[in-house]
Design a protein around this ligand. Structure first.
Ligand SMILES: Nc1nc(=O)c2c([nH]1)NC[C@@H]1CN(c3ccc(C(=O)N[C@@H](CCC(=O)O)C(=O)O)cc3)CN21
Ligand SMILES: CC(C)C(=O)C(=O)O
Ligand SMILES: [Mg+2]
Length: 272
């Protein structure tokens, strides 16, 4: 009898809940395009997030607020064409779900229909409960997002650690419990104290995926371009860089330019 660990063929929302039960950590990274998604998927990353961080990373905006639902669908559809195994979760962008639950459902339906993604993510707790219910009633899985919620940046003014004070910590725990009760299959916790994040992960039975939330949670997410070292100016404490692609790419471009200008490229074997 084989003792080899069973490989998950295709990750589903249920797989993630089972992984938490078994104490297996969940890996999650962002992707916004086909080529990146294909590499991330083939590396065995469990969840691919088509994050509204595309607004920063792809489009160069200061915040996540400007990206549109149409643009998110374009990114998500490109990602879906690149994957075989990962679960694809798509951020509902700012302005596509806050007005009312019907609008939230319409936006989620557009994402599912037009991109082929597997689930949506939206920011907030109690405030978005009715919207989450509507989306779930249509059979669309929902991931929550608490703590630092970048779509509310102008309400807070900074990207500092959230829920350091007792009152905000209590609200966060309440919101996490509410998200589980409402039916979310997982929740992202962004930039909160590790001790609080661990407490939340222990209190609820759905997976808690952390970013800047310490090691006591059920999985981790990073922006792929950050962990590859492409976003040079972005230096939060929680980020671990696995490559220095900014430098490597810059050197490659510079070498190419030198080769073109010197006439070294193309050589005899690189032409017809
Ligand atoms: N490239 C990228 N990576 C991300 O992780 C990311 C985005 N973009 N865009 C959307 C949100 C915004 N996020 C952020 C933004 C800032 C910090 C942050 O720690 N900023 C400062 C500190 C700010 C402060 O303490 O006042 C830093 O140290 O870089 C963390 C997460 C996470 N998301
Ligand atoms: C940072 C992650 C959690 C996110 O929401 C995004 O990339 O948009
Ligand atoms: Mg996001």
């Amino acid at each position: 009898m084989s003792t080899a660990k069973k490989e998950y063929k295709r990750i589903t929302t249920k797989t993630l809940v089972d992984m938490k039960k078994k104490g297996e950590k969940i890996s999650m990274l962002t992707a916004y395009d086909f080529t990146m998604a294909k590499i991330v998927d083939s590396a065995g990353i469990d969840v691919i997030l088509v994050g509204d961080s595309a607004s920063n990373v792809m489009a160069g905006h200061e915040t996540t607020l400007p990206i549109t639902l149409d643009q998110m669908i374009y990114h998500a559809a490109s990602v879906v064409r690149g994957i075989e195994r990962s679960l694809v979760v798509v951020d509902l962008p700012f302005g596509s779900y806050q007005s009312d639950p019907k609008e939230a459902l319409r936006s989620a339906i557009r994402i599912m229909k037009e991109s082929g993604g597997h689930a949506v993510k939206l920011e907030g707790g109690k405030e978005v409960k009715e919207s989450i219910k509507r989306i779930l009633n249509a059979g669309i899985p929902v991931m929550g997002h608490l703590g630092l919620t970048p779509q509310s940046i102008y309400k807070f003014g900074t990207y500092t650690v959230r829920a350091k004070e007792e009152e905000e910590a209590e609200k966060l725990i309440e919101d996490a419990i509410l998200l589980e009760k409402t039916g979310c299959f997982a929740v992202v916790l962004e930039k909160v104290p590790a001790k609080l994040a661990k407490e939340v992960a222990e209190k609820i039975s759905i997976p808690v995926i952390g970013i800047g939330a310490g090691n006591g949670v059920d999985g981790q997410v990073l922006v792929t371009h950050d962990m590859l070292g492409m976003t040079h100016e972005f230096n939060p404490r929680f980020l671990r860089r696995y490559l220095d692609l900014y430098t490597d790419m810059k050197n490659a471009f510079s070498q190419y330019s030198t080769d073109v200008k010197s006439g070294d490229f193309p050589n005899d074997s690189e032409q017809y």
